[in-house]
Design a protein around this ligand. Structure first.
Ligand code: ATP
Length: 148
């Protein structure tokens, strides 16, 4: 039995991660999904969130903004729209994106594309979480926007 597997995290722009790892947890649309060596093959869509990788006993975190997850016996792949390792995340940029999206959702302006603003908020929240930052009240924002 192998105790590692090959993980690749790829975006249209670049290969973000490619290495042997012990475990990966991905933000699947149905919730967090953990994969260990010799896992049953599976494919699923991803939502914006944090990918947690365990390599040589250390945790590596990254943000993904959505995409696709493909776990095969020989190789596990995260095909992400965008992905950044925690240390690559520009926290100020993510905070600004978060505040911008929040202001749009709270504006009550009928011209606001709520789904687009919510998606931007979710991407920014994923980046803040991956970078270990507090994310204020994400869950309540959608509810507030719906009540306007
Ligand atoms: P923003 O409004 O700040 O541009 P966004 O969510 O619209 O954020 P994306 O379209 O998801 O940005 O990503 C565009 C590119 O910018 C991708 O290459 C992504 O990796 C990078 N990127 C976006 N936000 C950050 C960030 N906070 N830190 C580092 N890279 C980022």
């Amino acid at each position: 039995m192998r105790n590692t597997f090959h993980l690749e995290v790829i975006t249209p722009e670049r290969t973000v991660f490619s290495d042997e790892v012990e475990m990966v947890v991905v933000p699947a649309v149905q919730g967090n999904l953990g994969v260990l060596p010799n896992h049953t093959p599976l494919m699923t869509m991803l939502q914006p969130g944090v990918v947690r990788i365990r390599k040589e006993g250390e945790e590596i975190r990254m943000a993904v903004t959505g995409g696709f997850f493909d776990a095969r016996p020989d190789k596990v792949t995260v095909l992400a729209d965008a992905a950044e390792l925690a240390e690559e995340i520009d926290v100020e940029r993510a905070r600004a994106a978060y505040q911008r999206a929040l202001a749009r959702l709270r504006s009550g302006d009928p011209a606001v594309d709520v789904a687009r603003a919510q998606a931007a908020l979710d991407r920014a929240a994923a980046r803040l979480r991956a970078a270990g930052q507090e994310v204020p009240g994400v869950g309540s924002v959608q509810k507030e926007a719906n009540h306007k």
